[in-house]
Ligand binder design. Sequence first.
Ligand SMILES: [Zn+2]
Length: 429
Amino acid sequence: MLAREPQTGIYNQATTARDRGQAMARALLAILLMIISHTTPASHYDWHIDPAKPETGVLRLALETPLKDDTIFITRQTGPAAADIFPHCENLDEALQTSGQGWKVPAGCSAITWSVAFTTIESPTIDLAEQSNLHHPQGWWLLTEWGALLRPESQETYATVCARLEEASTCRPMPEPHQPPLFLLAGEPDLTRRFADISFRFFHAMLPADFDPTKLHDSLEHQLTYLTSLVPREKRAASIPAEIDVLILGIDQSLDRVGGAAGHTAYLVNVAVGDDGISSTELVRLLWITGHELFHLLGLDSAPLWTAESLAHYYGYKSMEASEKAQQLFDRMLEDLPEMGLLQAHRRVTRQGEGQYYGLFYTRGAAFWRALDEHLSESTGSEYNLDAFLPMLREHEFGPNGELPAVFIDTLSKHIEPSILNQLLDKYL
Ligand SMILES: [Zn+2]
């Protein structure tokens, strides 16, 4: 919730005399946050970009008051290895020592600086699911939080992150650890648009010269309108960002991989580009991944992992206008699946690290929700479908092995013939 606060004023760094009332409110809020978070004061991140050195970003974290005690800072990680960012306490002129998965920041430190490496996009070979820091020669950068943003290990931070590129600043709220990561795009977008009260900044690269990205916008608007309608009214202010940054990056079709990733206020999607440009099937896949990432971004998913990914994938599909192409793509996705139930796949992936079964969350997982959705619709004469039951999956505890909440099954069994429901659960889970 704190990460949304910037929209109420703290987001804007420029404070003038007439903002005094707001400044007072900000100060009070900062004090309140300090009390809530015990020792961590409000803080601010600056990411300084020097166009002459595009592959190095300098980051600086300024704490509003010096640390009272030695404090461990970490970066969020996708994998086990900590990145080489060589942090330095600026005011104490001291390199930080590593400590476990992070670094020990000494008492008295009030500003930390470190550097982050960026890869220049030179060919259509980058899988965005890897979520790495990128630079495009046209003059924009993508900073992803993984391994790149120091934060206190044990407290919630309250911060904004601003990219500084020459005269321009782009600021975004720092997500909390349970939220999707920060993806910050700095530089001039190719396009800006407003859909469903959200401002979009589009960055594109490695697309065919004759490809017009605006032809995706009707579908995006349709998908967004549907997906935001699934966010419960009382959660809309906190879950729907005012601005969303989008990176659409072409990837060589022969690599046979397209990725996507959802951040706190941004999403990234690959589109496969072949010798003849982008096929209509790949266009549908792009829109599907877009819906998938938006589902995560809007906080519609729920733990555990298998549910988060399978629901995102099913709703990515459902968010598109129904078409034969989309249906074909869905059916093709289900060919040659390994014979493994979703709960077993969940165990193998999360407990045994067998990532090769992750794909089942998308395939069998999406097929499970589609079957359930269709049965719900049929048995209630279209009065209900899965949409109505999504909040239950966020509000109730799953079993220790990822089993669906008992209350969810109970509720479904009031709408679907129990023998049919059991068959479905047996078949997919
Ligand atoms: Zn996903």
